[in-house]
Design a protein around this ligand. Sequence first.
Ligand SMILES: [Zn+2]
Length: 241
Amino acid sequence: MGAKKRSFLVIFRKNMSMKTEEKSCIFCGHTKLYKASSTQYRCVTCKRTFSHAKQDKKRDIIASFIANHSAHECAKRLGLNYLTVTKTYQKLRLLLISHSEALYTEQTDTFSQYDEYYFLPTCKRGKPTYLFDAIGILGMLYDKRIHTLLLPDQFAHLKNLEEDSIEKETYARYLNQHKVAHYESFDNALVDFWYFLEGWMDHFKGIKKENFIYYLKEAEFKFNYNEEEQRLILEKMIREK
Ligand SMILES: [Zn+2]
């Protein structure tokens, strides 16, 4: 008896979820859909094929991405494969780079200020030896949004110089002074962003320099938009990808 009751419940639930699945097209919102396979639907109006289950999974991963969960944490919370999450995270970061470029070209006429900044992880800050690992960033303010560009590594040639060489010392002094001046003379969204960037980068355990651009663009995006705006933009981008 008990077993029968349970299987009835399972079927009932399955039907319920199928009903919500059949609601609307994820692209155009129209409700005339037909099944293209056991998991996929095709929209009669826009002719696109999609899977609600896949879409739900992506939506969950995006929510984790916005909440700053690591790929490992996200996989654990959602019961997903770690590689699936890592791949989606990478895709999101790539999409954010193109999003940022598109905005940059759109907004040139609202440009108001710029500021140069040298980023060092907390563990390396205040130690002259590491000054030359600093990553130069140009921050620009467009209306209320920030756009960043990575500056060419102008200290690369100094890294191999001996510790007490005059050039190295001079540059170290220059960089130190530059940082102080930077904090004392500005009070605007750009300075807020540098603080945000430092705090935000701290939650990653070590970032490879070659990957820095992805994290910078993610920080830029998270600084520029509130969580609801982030969700809408990311879901739209990944849907159209
Ligand atoms: Zn459609």
